[in-house]
Structures are given as structure tokens and as C-alpha cells.
Design a protein around this ligand. Structure first.
Ligand code: PLP
Length: 455
């Protein structure tokens, strides 16, 4: 195996690589963490240091790094073929995976359209919804052209997915390029946008969504939401029943529901899919991230026979869905996904998650004693710890203090990789992480917050 000089790698990284969502001037001042290998819940850097992977390598790793069964599945497929196209051809793993996805996702989702990233899964859902409503009238095409999403939503970084995003930081800059989207308030109970009390609000944010639907019913193609947890917004956890209410509203106002399960899918919330918690079947569902257990880029947009049938008709009349990527349905990625889903069943992963979710809950309770922990939000194996300058007034830390960033640097020194979202510390541990490792993640996180913000 070739051994690279860590100093040279650092120099080349800074010289040649442009990192995503990264202020590169600041990056250039810090020592990069260059990962050479993975082993279970650990990342190992070029100098041989080991770090617990507290964010599942950007929310994707399920069974651990370098899992023998997943390695075997990818290698076996590699010996057959690495890639062919779905444009006019088909391949075995993509067929088997589509059948499996239809079997395991909520009832009614019967068709699978592949792509390679969460953002493209969303892009596809938006375009499908748009085309679903499209009618030819007197030689012209008409459709519903608006979407509704939540404030603080994150659905990816392509122009379409940014258009339906609701995070001013990412979306403001591109505004002139975006199509129209209406925003309903986020169920952000810690800082209620409608200034209501959690206990007595009667889910006023859902009422606002209803008002929007009432007003714009004729123009809205779909409502898109992140079921249960708005991840990138800082793990905003919706109150029980919110998702069900959104489903009911979409049905009542004859608007499609797109469930973006890119972050919450594949076990993150304690069930295989977040929609299951509230018995919700969306009209379109976006999957990516954990779909391959964190092995290879793959995404899928699932939809119903009803949506699919809008694309059918006589060959000369039927609509074509004009979308597709070169690596759509890549056999290696599909083989990894099939092996990962099989492991969920073989290793009884979902049942094994419950005690870990409870452990997280118990241990996080102790974090409230820290003077600058304002809110702790947990849903399954997703956690957001919001740090505030003043606990009583909920006054946020000024962004320029970079408190979240300083906490994660402290954690890194102690052997844990986590990421902040502003001043929210995010924990997304590898789902197969042992209880002992999970305890370590929590201890290091606690200590790091205490060191940076005081005890
Ligand atoms: N949708 C949600 C809910 C996400 O959290 C993300 C990424 O974090 C995306 C879409 C975009 O996924 P990707 O980064 O794979 O394009």
C-alpha cells in the first residue's frame, strides 16, 4: 500500500481541493483532518489517530465503516460490472433494489426513480409533481407551478431544491435564480415563530399551512417537508401529529405531499422510515444518504401508481419524464444498498437501536445542567444541542464567536468527530455504534461544551 506523507497531503488538500459549504480562508488556517481508513464506528486519519464518527460521515453510515458484508457485496458486484446505463437498458441490482424499496417503504409507493444525491432525489420529486399536474390546453401546457415548504427547510443545493429550501443563509444569495415557493412556519417550538406556548398552541403552525393551502390551492403542485425532523436547520423536531396533519391537509386540498426522508430515512428516527411513526404515506418520497449504509452515492424517488399513471397514455400521447443522470441506477451502489437493507434484517438493527436511543435520552438529560445549553432535541439517533449566550432569554451566541465550531474542534482533540449547525451541536452517531462507544461520544461532547462555554 502506498504511504503518503501527511504534510504533503495537507499541503495538496489546501492547494487543490475546494471543500463544500466551507469558508476556504478559514479552512486554510486550520489543520485539516485527513481520513485514511474507517473501522466500525471509527475514522482513522493519515497519522493513525482514531476518532469516533459522531456524525456518521455526514449522516450516512449505518452498519459501520468497512463492514465485511457490505465490502463483500460491493466487491462481488465489481467483479461483474461496475456501471451500465438505465437509459434503454436495465441491470440486475437496480431491479432487485427497486422491488425491495417498494416492499419496505410506506404503502402505495410503487415506482422507483434513481439518482445519485439527496438534492437530485428532491429535484426529481419536484419535476414529477409539476408534470403530474400538467395538462395540454389549446396547444399550450398548463400546470401548477408553486410549491409549499417550511421555513428553515433544507432539501439540497441544486437550484430546484434550493428554491424549496427555507434557510436564509443558503437561499438568500441565489434568490434571483429561484422559482416561487411559499413558506409555512417551521414547528420550531423552542423559538416559536408564532410566539405561542408549546403546551397550548394547538399546532398553530399547521393552521398557517392550511391558510396557505386554502389561498393557493389552484397553483400549488406539492407540499414538501422533512418528516419529523428538520435536520440541517438544527434538528428541529416537529410535535407528534404534525406530519399526520400535513398529510391530511394535502389530501383535503388536493395537493401532492413530498416526504424528504433523505436525512431521516433508513433507521435514523428509530423506525426504518420517519413517515411510519405517524402512519403516513406520501405521494412522493425522497431517499439518499443512508440508502447504501454510507457506502456509495445513490438516491431514489419513490411515487405512487396515481402519479406514475399521469405519465402514461398512448405512446404518442404519454408524457415522458425528462430527467436522468449518467450514473442513474449504478449497479455497485444498488448492490451496496441491497446488502445494507439485508443487514438491517439480519442484524435486527432496528430492535437493537431502542436501548441506544434510550441511553442517549438518559445521558442527554444531564446536559441541561450546563449553563449554556438552551435546548436539547432528540428524535431516535438524531440529536441537536442548541447553545445560547443566555439561557433565560434564549439570546443566541453571536455567529462571529463561532461557539459551535470551537466545540467541535475541542471534541476532535478528544477523539470525536462531530459537526455544528451554527450554534447547534449535532450528534448523528453510526447506527450500529456500541453503547460503550455511544457513552464516549456523549462524555466527550459534554466535556467539549463545558470547556468552551463554561460549567
Ligand atoms: N434533503 C435533506 C432533508 C437533507 O438533509 C439533505 C442533506 O443534508 C439533502 C436533501 C441533500 O442531500 P445531498 O447532500 O445528498 O444532496
Amino acid at each position: 500500500m502506498i504511504k503518503y506523507d501527511p504534510v504533503l497531503l495537507e499541503q495538496w488538500d489546501k492547494q487543490y481541493v475546494w471543500h463544500p459549504f466551507t469558508q476556504m480562508q478559514q479552512y486554510a488556517r486550520e489543520k485539516p483532518l485527513i481520513i485514511a481508513r474507517g473501522e466500525g464506528s471509527y475514522l482513522i486519519d493519515v497519522e493513525g489517530n482514531r476518532y469516533l464518527d459522531g456524525v456518521s460521515s455526514l449522516w450516512v453510515t449505518v452498519h459501520g465503516h468497512c463492514h465485511p458484508a457490505l465490502n463483500r457485496a460491493v466487491k462481488e458486484q465489481l467483479d461483474k460490472i461496475a456501471h451500465s446505463t438505465l437509459l434503454g437498458l436495465a441491470n440486475i441490482p437496480s431491479i432487485l433494489l427497486a422491488k425491495k424499496l417498494v416492499e419496505i417503504t410506506p404503502p402505495g409507493l410503487n415506482k422507483v426513480f434513481y439518482s445519485d444525491a439527496g438534492a437530485t432525489a428532491v429535484e426529481i420529486a419536484l419535476k414529477m409533481a409539476f408534470q403530474y399536474w400538467q395538462q395540454k390546453e389549446g396547444g399550450c401546457f398548463r400546470s401548477k407551478t408553486k410549491f409549499i415548504s417550511l421555513v428553515e427547510a433544507y432539501h439540497g443545493d441544486t437550484i430546484g431544491s434550493v428554491s424549496v429550501g427555507g434557510m436564509p443563509l443558503f437561499h438568500g444569495i441565489f434568490k434571483p435564480l429561484l422559482f416561487e415557493c411559499l413558506h409555512a412556519p417551521a414547528p420550531y417550538c423552542y423559538r416559536c415563530p408564532l410566539e405561542r406556548e408549546r403546551e397550548s398552541c394547538g399546532m398553530a403552525c399547521a393552521d398557517r399551512l392550511e391558510e396557505l393551502l386554502k389561498e393557493h390551492q389552484q397553483e400549488v403542485a406539492a407540499v414538501i417537508i422533512e418528516p419529523l425532523v428538520q435536520g440541517a436547520a438544527g434538528m428541529i423536531t416537529a410535535p407528534d401529529g404534525f406530519l399526520r396533519r400535513v398529510r391530511e391537509l394535502c389530501t383535503r386540498y388536493n395537493v401532492l405531499l413530498i416526504a424528504d426522508e433523505v436525512a431521516v430515512g433508513f433507521g435514523r428516527t428509530g423506525r426504518l422510515f420517519a413517515c411510519e411513526h405517524e402512519g403516513v404515506s406520501p405521494d412522493l418520497m425522497c431517499l439518499a444518504k443512508g440508502i447504501t449504509g454510507g457506502y456509495l452515492p445513490l438516491a431514489a424517488t419513490l411515487t405512487t401508481d396515481e402519479v406514475y399513471s399521469a405519465f402514461l397514455g398512448k405512446p404518442e400521447e404519454g408524457k415522458t419524464f425528462y430527467h436522468g443522470h449518467t450514473y442513474t441506477g449504478n449497479p455497485l451502489a444498488c448492490a451496496a444498498a441491497l446488502a445494507s437493507i439485508e443487514l438491517f434484517e439480519k442484524e435486527n438493527l432496528l430492535a437493537a437501536l431502542q436501548p441506544k436511543i434510550e441511553l442517549l435520552h438518559r445521558k442527554l438529560d444531564g446536559f441541561w445542567e450546563l449553563p449554556h445549553v438552551g435546548d436539547i432535541r432528540q428524535r431516535g439517533m438524531m440529536v441537536g444541542i442548541e447553545l445560547v449566550a443566555d439561557k433565560k432569554t434564549k439570546q443566541p451566541y453571536p455567529m462571529e464567536e463561532q461557539v459551535g465550531h470551537r466545540v467541535i474542534l475541542e471534541a476532535r482533540r478528544r477523539g470525536l468527530v462531530i459537526r455544528p449547525l451554527g450554534n447547534v451541536i449535532v450528534l448523528m452517531p453510526v447506527l450500529a455504534m456500541s453503547e460503550e462507544e455511544l457513552n464516549q461520544v456523549l462524555e466527550i461532547t459534554y466535556e467539549s461544551i463545558a470547556v468552551v462555554t463554561g460549567k
